[in-house]
Design a protein around this ligand. Structure first.
Ligand SMILES: [Zn+2]
Length: 311
């Protein structure tokens, strides 16, 4: 009797378990400092991740003031991704405020994307923030060069697989698809850039050395006398001299860089002012990583060739 009853209950229980819908798996909550990183996380993670970012792409990523809602997001994050170096001077105060030990430096849920990147502009000798410099450990704008895309994508896939090994094959498949698409685009960009190699451009902030390295361009002068220090009248005069003497055709800046200095130089010399996307979403045409690279490469090359980007 008891055995039968037990059997009935067991059957009912199992039946109920089979009838109930499988409990939906919760996606990983990934918080990135920058929209470019959260875009790559969405590409690699697909529906396994719920990715967001702290810094609006419409503002300078060096100088962001996180909101209380960002603190809450980082507190609940399964993974926190950042640029490392001294790109986000606001990053560790945000993590401290969130009180989530796993995302602190060296924590198992923290990913510093600068690891594995060959850095440009690593200072030789001593430098100090007292002089205003905000690139003390090497240039931190490495994601803006497409040659670093595979390194970032692999880092993200590796970390997602480490904290969610059950879906490692999914992450690997999406990574492979992305790398294939990026490689095709990279070849297209490299072919388009062939004619401009060796040309000089001026930049507002030292934010584009990786993209310039990819395109074979060079910069000898920035409108900021030091990274983070606004243009001075002397520096603008130096830039004017450089444009006239070296035949510099373009000034590169992000949409959030103050436009007055470049605009004054454009009026005086006819130099082209090229407004690039530093991060995904800064302009509608920079809607994802590949779209942003496409836009930036096209804008720069068309300015150097003296035509409009749509021609
Ligand atoms: Zn910078």
């Amino acid at each position: 009797m008891f055995r039968n009853l037990f059997g009935v209950l067991l059957a009912l229980g199992l039946g109920a378990a089979w009838a109930a819908p499988a409990r939906a798996e919760k996606p990983l909550k990934v918080v990135a400092t920058l929209s470019t990183f959260s875009d790559l996380v969405k590409t690699i993670g697909g529906d396994r991740v719920e990715a967001s970012h702290v810094a609006s792409p419409r503002f300078n990523p060096h100088f962001i003031e996180p909101r209380p809602s960002d603190v809450l997001k980082v507190k609940k994050a399964d993974l926190f991704i950042h640029a490392g170096l001294d790109l986000e001077l606001w990053r560790w105060p945000l993590v401290d405020a969130a009180g989530n030990p796993a995302v602190r430096p060296g924590g198992e849920r923290e990913l510093d994307l600068s690891r594995g990147v060959s850095l440009l502009g690593v200072p030789i000798g001593s430098v100090s923030r007292a002089e205003g410099d905000i690139h003390l450990y090497g240039n931190p704008h490495y994601w803006a060069g497409p040659q670093n895309g595979p390194i970032l994508a692999r880092s993200i896939a590796g970390k997602l697989s480490q904290i969610d090994p059950a879906h490692a094959a999914d992450y690997q498949r999406r990574l492979d698809d992305f790398l294939k698409e990026l490689e095709q685009a990279r070849q297209r960009w490299a072919r388009a850039a062939a004619g401009g190699r060796g040309m000089e451009v001026i930049c507002y902030h030292d934010a584009w050395p990786y993209l310039e390295a990819f395109l074979g361009l060079k910069t000898e002068l920035f409108l900021e006398p030091k990274p983070g220090i606004p243009p001075t009248p002397q520096q603008i005069l130096r830039a004017e001299g450089r444009i006239r003497e070296q035949g510099v055709r373009a000034i590169l800046q992000a949409g959030y860089d103050p436009p007055a200095a470049a605009e004054a130089l454009r009026r005086k010399t006819g130099v082209r002012v090229v407004t690039l996307c530093q991060n995904v979403g800064e302009k509608p045409e920079c809607g994802d990583y590949l779209g942003m690279m496409d836009h930036n490469v096209r804008e720069i090359l068309s300015a150097l060739e003296g035509r409009s980007p749509d021609e």
